[in-house]
Design a protein. Structure first.
Length: 343
């Protein structure tokens, strides 16, 4: 049987549906959306009027081989706890693309004995993804950099999905380790400034996975990611909660829900996002800086993912475990996605 189908697990979710709608014109009759809730998926198919197949599939359960007999490529838009499904795809020669930002999962993948029977692609989206490509672009021009700051600002009036908001809030109360750092880092502790033409916005340490993949790619370089919001009040509140050791209060359901409600009220801010990468020499002198902006972070993530999916699908030679920069460059992505603006 010819293997020519693309299965999108979570292809009807907040980011997944953007990917699905973008791919549908290019892959008529070849897309399968998969997940646990058939009714929700069928409703999405009916509403979108796209020629999609639907498959009930629980990624946490034993795998039914018959679901994958004609699948060439799998796209996963949901978080996973184990790497069992990735191993299954790799052994079966099914290309795999992960559209999440889960650092713990990346660390599992990094030590998995993956082969070149298929591609296993990580760092796909805005951060990780576009930020990885931005640093690769700067590296081309100044490969001697010793430090890189990745700064991301999200708009509070953007339509962030529930899962993304929950993940972000859960990360606020976590410490994490980075290759080359002696001590664990606390989210929203150390500050940097996102430098725009007319303003400088505070951003703070945050555990996005791009800094982990990039420190593995560039050993002995200090590459760190920072996050902020387009409201100084909200960004400052997160920092003060960290400073006064109040972030554990987010473990209380009422407080968690209250903060989430504040972040989704859309009464302040905009839907604009910024990603900025700056590199420095051994004396911490600025070498280069690259800034990208756009609107609707989830849409940008979906468009970047869809662009990459087309690239991987068209590639005949599987690459094993790689990052987004194996298939495309920063210039490729910006040229293909006019919604991204380089400042």
């Amino acid at each position: 049987m010819t293997k020519n189908k693309i299965m999108l697990i979570g292809g009807h979710g907040h980011v997944g549906r953007i990917i699905t709608k973008n791919l549908a014109p290019h892959f008529p009759e070849q897309l399968i959306i998969a997940g646990r809730n058939r009714r929700t998926m069928e409703q999405f198919v009916a509403d979108s009027q796209l020629p999609l197949q639907v498959a009930e599939f629980d990624i946490t359960q034993p795998i039914d081989d018959t679901l994958f007999t004609d699948v060439k490529l799998v796209v996963v838009c949901i978080d996973q706890v184990t790497t069992d499904f990735v191993s299954y795809c790799n052994n079966a020669g099914i290309d795999y693309i992960d559209v999440t930002a889960n650092t713990a999962f990346y660390k599992q993948l990094a030590v998995l004995p993956l082969t070149e029977k298929s591609a296993v692609v990580y760092s796909v989206g805005l951060a990780p993804g576009l930020t990885n490509l931005m640093l690769a672009k700067l590296y081309e021009n100044a490969p001697s950099f010793q430090r890189a700051d990745i700064k991301v600002q999200l708009g509070l009036a953007d339509a962030h999905g529930d899962a993304a908001i929950d993940w972000t809030l859960n990360q606020l109360n976590e410490t994490y380790t980075l290759r080359g750092e002696k001590n664990p880092l606390k989210t929203f502790s150390k500050r940097r400034l996102l430098e725009l033409d007319k303003t400088k916005q505070p951003v703070y340490l945050f555990n996005f996975s791009d800094q982990h993949t990039l420190r593995d790619q560039f050993p002995n370089r200090r590459i760190t990611t920072y996050l902020g919001f387009d409201s100084r009040v909200v960004t400052g509140l997160m920092h003060q909660m960290q400073k006064w050791r109040l972030l554990p209060l987010l473990n209380r359901p009422f407080i968690f829900k209250s903060v989430k409600k504040m972040m989704t009220a859309k009464v302040i801010g905009s839907d604009a996002f910024y990603a900025q990468v700056a590199t420095y020499d051994k004396n911490d002198q600025l070498l280069q800086q690259l800034t990208v902006t756009g609107h609707d972070e989830a849409r940008a993530t979906g468009l970047i993912a869809a662009f990459l999916i087309k690239k991987v699908y068209a590639t005949k030679d599987p690459a094993g475990f790689v990052q987004i920069d194996h298939y495309c460059s920063f210039d490729d992505v910006v040229e293909a996605i006019p919604e991204l603006t380089v400042l």
